[in-house]
Design a protein around this ligand. Structure first.
Ligand code: AMP
Length: 282
């Protein structure tokens, strides 16, 4: 029997549905999102469904993770399209909280993660990971999943959430899912729609530069030279490179040579869009 996907818009509805699903399915998988869903999000939902758990997805554009000069007001929203995509992937329950439920006026607690939240996006977007960690902790408390799925596309975010879950002894497992890309290599992102046609043509060269640099570093070329050549080439092509760094995967500490856990990490602006990407090295 095919059951219709459940939708919860209040905490009471969510708690009732989760309790029932936990009883019926045994385990709950959880995919937090900000909506405007694409194949990257859908891969996370598919992994949850494939695990045999009842899969809960949330859609919440989290104001706490946007800075004052960031794109909260223009962040794309498409509830009907998102619900259709989630249903098509076999999602069991969608959680659509409002801002007042997530951030009641009398609240006094936020979560600040050190370690992997420092540097890179932490420097570029002050307060961003405080917003991410706080909303994830709240969502985990609301849904109480056995596993939560996050994309490697946002590598630093994945490590920050893992660190928080380990440090706060939260009773769930964090599962990372490989980045889903367009056919030309561009990492899928809800913000790609804001690229102009010319920027969209240029955008895949970010991934091409990452893979080329990763190959050279893995083959033993000196890391600082490889990184500065790649950054110069991207700048010459029209990217405003925010950072391009070789880092230890879990801790995000910078490295000067490849290790089994190293990643090449970048953020670069193309017009009004900040593109993030990363690849394994070695
Ligand atoms: P967002 O809606 O942008 O907050 O993303 C929700 C989740 O989807 C996060 O765990 C992201 O890392 C993940 N995600 C976004 N884009 C991709 C992608 N291209 N491939 C895999 N996961 C992704």
């Amino acid at each position: 029997m095919v059951r219709a996907m459940l939708i919860a818009r209040t905490l009471i509805q969510l708690r009732e549905a989760c309790a029932r699903l936990r009883q019926d399915a045994g385990a709950l998988a959880f995919v937090p999102t900000m909506g405007a869903l694409h194949q990257g999000h859908r891969a996370l939902v598919r992994a949850g469904v494939a695990s045999g758990a009842a899969t809960v997805a949330s859609i919440f554009v989290n104001p706490l993770q946007f800075g004052p000069n960031e794109d909260l007001s223009r962040y794309p929203r498409d509830e009907a399209g998102d619900l259709a995509a989630l249903e098509a992937e076999g999602c069991t329950l969608v959680w659509l909280p409002d801002v007042a439920t997530m951030y009641p006026p009398d609240e006094a607690t936020t979560i600040v993660v050190g370690g992997p939240a420092e540097r890179w996006e932490g420097d570029a977007r002050p307060g961003h990971f405080r917003g991410v960690a706080t909303v994830c902790a709240k969502l985990f408390g609301q849904v109480r999943p056995d596993r939560a799925y996050f994309g490697e596309k946002d590598w630093q975010q994945l490590q920050v959430v893992r660190r928080m879950v380990a440090d706060l002894l939260l009773p769930l497992e964090i599962v990372g899912i490989e980045t889903v890309r367009e056919a030309d290599g561009l990492a899928m992102s809800s913000r790609n729609r804001f690229l102009s046609p010319a920027e969209r043509t240029l955008a895949p060269s970010l991934y091409a530069a990452l893979t080329r640099a990763a190959g050279r570093i893995a083959a033993g070329a000196p890391t600082p030279a490889v990184l500065s050549e790649a950054a110069d080439a991207l700048t010459g092509a029209g990217f405003d490179v925010n950072y391009l760094a070789l880092v230890d995967g879990p801790s995000l500490a910078p490295l000067d040579r490849a290790t089994p856990q190293s990643r090449l990490l970048t953020a670069a602006r193309l017009g009004s869009v900040r593109l993030l990407d990363n690849v394994p090295v070695g």
